[in-house]
Design a protein around this ligand. Structure first.
Ligand code: UDP
Length: 194
């Protein structure tokens, strides 16, 4: 996609990110999606490891209003799509796919991801939710989680561990599901669970 620079970090311009992602996936390309806000830009400026993750991500789209304002000051007007709304749009589009899309929810306090799965199963019954895992667990559970992801090869994996833990986790583990769309969604599970 077209790319601009925000304080030296990449930001991609796509008209319809969910559509673009599912099209890439059809061609066998997995994606790490980052919804960029000013806190992440500031973190990247003082943390080279996080900057590297931003540069390695396949799709960085604007989330926070600070990033939108920065773009506007540079003559680019892009609509604001908060990360949680982008994630919902992706789920809704995936629900329309002719073949059921497999979805995994990882993160948040115990019980929350289950509630999120129930909610989306009710609203979007064509999705195939293949697993959930809370974000507070021991090392053995992490091993089991990785096995489960390998086995189920979800099309979409939401990771709600907060910034920057979720970005680091995705960057480190995305090779186990190379064709998945991986999205760090911060506190979205807590909101979806109500
Ligand atoms: N979280 C988690 N494991 C952790 C730390 C945080 O699963 O070790 C979850 C937390 O329960 C919450 C989310 O990560 O659901 C972070 O939400 P927050 O709004 O703080 O994230 P931000 O959007 O600021 O990155």
């Amino acid at each position: 996609p077209a790319k601009v620079s925000v304080f030296g970090f990449p930001l991609h311009l796509v008209d319809n990110a969910p559509e673009w992602l599912l099209m890439q996936q059809r061609d066998g390309r997995g994606q790490h999606v980052i919804t960029l806000n000013s806190e992440m830009v500031m973190l990247a400026e003082r943390t080279p490891e996080f900057a590297d993750v931003l540069h390695r991500a396949d799709l960085v789209i604007p989330d926070g209003s600070g990033v939108i304002l920065y773009l506007k000051l540079h003559g680019l007007s892009v609509p604001r799509l908060p990360g949680i709304e982008f994630a919902e749009a992706l789920l809704r589009l995936a629900n329309e796919a002719p073949q059921p899309k497999r979805v995994f929810f990882y993160g948040a306090a115990p019980g929350v991801a289950e509630k999120v799965a129930e909610r989306w199963h009710r609203e979007l019954p064509n999705l195939k939710i293949v697993g959930v895992q809370s974000g507070y667990h021991d090392a053995a559970t992490e091993v089991a989680l990785i096995e489960k992801l390998k086995e189920t090869q979800p099309h979409i994996i939401f990771v709600a561990l907060g910034v920057p833990r979720q970005e680091y986790w995705i960057d480190r583990h995305r090779h186990i599901c190379p064709e998945a769309i991986w999205v760090g969604v911060g506190g979205s599970f807590d909101i979806w669970a109500g």
